[in-house]
Ligand binder design. Structure first.
Ligand code: ATP
Length: 363
């Protein structure tokens, strides 16, 4: 059983608390991404799962086995770091089969497994080449293969793609997902890149300042962010968040957005939840890709600062440069001159408590 359970996990370095009471269960065979900005505690969490750091408080269980006190070498985990650690004086084959040879397995099995891994990671033509002189991209691929070939039940990867180039990263995302599907390991993947997390993970654990903010599938964290931090962090660009105040209008409850105008009326379920939230100040959120340009009716009226045309899509920056509202459209829309009127798709609207940042859920 290779489910991982973190119970009330805390890590302090002196008086600084890097991880504040984390409770998280990672299912057997699940691909979980630990996602968050630099310094939020991702690597600290991972290092405790691996056994490189001891928790200050709490427990780590693999299945039913309490791992606290069990040294790294006895945890049965594979680990790949940001910086590949491979033997440059050895060939690619020797790097790939190093761990297998150390276990004293039969030579035939060692050869077969190393060659199967080389095929999976497109390393076959390089098997007899010395690792020295190969590109950073390839070295990181070898490092992943060398760990994966041991078929660990738990595979931990800490920012393994942050040093490889963008095109190669896209290829590796597909390969890593394929690798995990093939071996069915429990995979924990640390990244600050939401695109990596969104494309590969079964679930994402979003962290900030040592606190777990939300755990959910990529679509859950995208569609129903638990708070403004997750709303802004997930998505490219992130969710637009505007300060506002609930306002009764003759068409129903809306949000007064100050100089941007009054929002279109809120959908019924959201209006009911907002009524019940107990505070008129709210944060009004909508996804940049879920807005329409409108000619009449309630809308947010904003001057266009910049239109970024990025191949198949256009990102409009509207309002003020320092806190621009973004709107994303497919293709190259024809834009009116001057001020644009946009209306968020009602289904994409989100409200958050203006003080706590917590989502106000409607329905
Ligand atoms: P990054 O991607 O930048 O590594 P992270 O989310 O992985 O970010 P951690 O490396 O887990 O963050 O660090 C969390 C916090 O704990 C940071 O503020 C870091 O400075 C601090 N920290 C980590 N290790 C130690 C240590 N050994 N001693 C003191 N503080 C530490």
């Amino acid at each position: 059983m290779s489910a991982i359970r973190l119970e009330h996990l805390v890590k302090r370095f002196g008086s600084f608390t890097a991880l504040k009471e984390m409770d998280l269960t990672i299912g057997d065979g699940e691909f979980l991404a630990l996602l968050g900005p630099s310094g939020c505690g991702k690597s600290t969490t991972m290092n405790m799962i691996a056994g490189m750091e001891a928790p200050s408080e709490g427990r780590i269980l693999f299945g039913d086995r309490d791992m606290v006190g069990v040294p790294m070498g006895r945890r049965g985990v594979g680990f790949v770091f940001q910086n590949y650690a491979i033997f440059t004086h050895m060939t690619v084959r020797r790097n790939l089969d190093y761990g297998l040879r150390m276990t004293g397995r039969p030579a035939v099995e060692v050869r077969q497994r190393a060659e199967a891994m080389a095929a999976l990671l497109n390393l076959t033509p390089l098997l007899e080449r010395p690792a020295a002189g190969l590109s950073v991209n390839i070295l990181q691929r070898i490092a992943i293969g060398r760990s994966a070939v041991m078929e660990p039940a738990i595979f931990l990867l800490d920012e393994p793609l942050s040093n490889v180039d963008a095109a190669f990263r896209a290829v590796m995302r597909t390969e890593l997902k394929a690798l995990q599907r093939q071996f069915g390991q429990t995979m924990v993947y640390v990244t600050h890149d939401q695109l990596e997390a969104m494309t590969m993970a079964d679930r994402i654990a979003v962290m900030d300042h040592g606190v777990l903010q939300q755990v959910g599938t990529p679509l859950e964290v995208y569609n129903a962010p638990a708070n403004t931090f997750v709303a802004r962090f997930i998505g490219s660009p992130g969710m637009n968040l505007l300060p506002g105040r609930l306002a009764e209008t003759d068409r129903g409850l809306a949000v007064d957005l100050g100089e941007l105008g009054i929002s279109p009326p809120l959908p019924d379920a959201l209006a009911a939840a907002a009524h019940g939230a107990g505070r008129p100040e709210v944060t009004y959120g909508f996804r940049p890709e879920e807005v329409h340009l409108v000619e009449t009716g309630p809308a947010l009226r904003l001057p266009l600062i910049l239109a970024e045309r990025i191949g198949a899509r256009t990102i409009l920056h509207l309002g003020r440069a320092e806190d621009a509202v973004r709107a994303v459209f497919q293709g190259n829309p024809v834009l009116p001159e001057g001020v644009l009127a946009i209306a968020p798709d009602p289904a994409s609207l989100r409200l958050f408590d203006a003080v706590t940042g917590a989502a106000i859920r409607g329905g």
